[in-house]
Design a protein around this ligand. Structure first.
Ligand SMILES: [Zn+2]
Length: 207
């Protein structure tokens, strides 16, 4: 009985399945081609979805402050969207006249820049903000991939998964994107009134 007559229907159904799978693959390829064309256009979608000063960014900043137990830079952090280099989803910079990490209470000129070129969802955006706030709160990178201070984004932190994406209740006036900086090594301008002997620290976070 085995291997005798009742094989043809099975073969036929396999051929049908193969044809169906081929169609699905073609559809997927067409979808990918459409996505690739869309990627060539300037990407402003994340800045429109999570505008600076909007509810989403402010919620992420609050979760960052809660995560680290205080609001660094006395709550004064300039957040911006900019087309950062490929592979970098965000970076933070700050000045400190003593040490980049040992005395975060002295941090000033605090900035967090989010990349317009990255693919974002709410848990990722929130977690990356928690990471950058961590730098402003005095935390350097660590080697543990389960730690939010790991330099690469691996997974969302729990509070960013449990906090639903907030609605943008009152979108502020859109600000122009910050142009890309000339070089990651270029120190930022510091005010003459407060000379800072050390160059500001800058910690890009890669995908
Ligand atoms: Zn970092």
């Amino acid at each position: 009985m085995d291997g005798s007559s009742p094989t043809s229907p099975r073969i036929a159904s396999r051929r049908l399945l193969a044809a169906a799978l081929t169609a699905l693959v073609l559809l997927a390829a067409l979808a990918c081609a459409g996505t690739a064309r869309a990627d060539d256009a300037p990407v402003t979608a994340p800045a429109a979805r999570w505008p600076v000063g909007g509810t989403g960014i402010r919620t992420a900043m609050s979760l960052g402050a809660e995560h680290w137990g205080f609001s660094p830079c006395r709550g004064k952090v300039a957040v911006a969207w900019a087309p950062l280099s490929a592979g970098i989803n965000a970076e933070s910079s700050w000045s400190n006249d003593v040490d980049p990490f040992l005395q975060p209470s002295r941090n000033g000129d605090c900035e967090i820049t989010l990349s317009l070129r990255d693919d974002w969802d709410w848990p990722k955006l929130c977690s990356v903000v928690v990471h950058e706030v961590g730098h402003l709160a005095g935390h350097d990178h660590v080697d543990d991939p389960d730690d939010v201070m790991y330099p690469l984004y691996v997974r969302a932190v729990p509070e960013c998964l449990t906090t639903p994406e907030p609605a943008e209740v009152a979108p502020p006036v859109a600000r122009p994107a910050v142009p890309p900086k000339a070089s990651a090594a270029t120190p930022r301008r510091v005010t003459k009134a407060k000379p800072r002997p050390k160059a500001p620290a800058k910690h890009p976070r890669r995908r």
